[in-house]
Design a protein around this ligand. Structure first.
Ligand SMILES: [Zn+2]
Length: 95
């Protein structure tokens, strides 16, 4: 799956390897005492966005990101992926 980030209006690229495909995993955010200082939302589950290429886990809370089926994404809208399939060929032909 791809992940669209609303504040930047861009698809997420992995912070480590610039990968564009991610798996999803719920992450429990367990904190103590937050209820008393009105930070109860910190106790909700976070959305773990795991890069399928390098395994780096990006952790999101709230609703600023959105999972998108790759079939629904125009590849032109994705950030450049220096390690992705096709990008090496594209570089060769444009050089
Ligand atoms: Zn990665």
């Amino acid at each position: 799956m791809h992940v669209f980030v609303r504040p930047t209006q861009k698809f997420l690229a992995c912070q480590v390897c610039s990968g564009l495909t991610f798996a999803r995993r719920e992450i429990k955010m367990t904190t103590t005492g937050m209820t008393f200082i009105d930070l109860d939302w910190l106790n909700r589950s976070a959305d773990g966005v795991i890069c399928v290429r390098c395994g780096f886990v990006h952790t999101f809370m709230g609703d600023a990101h959105q999972w998108v089926d790759p079939a629904a994404v125009d590849p032109k809208d994705l950030p450049p992926d220096p390690l992705g399939p096709g990008s090496a060929d594209e570089r060769r032909t444009s050089d």
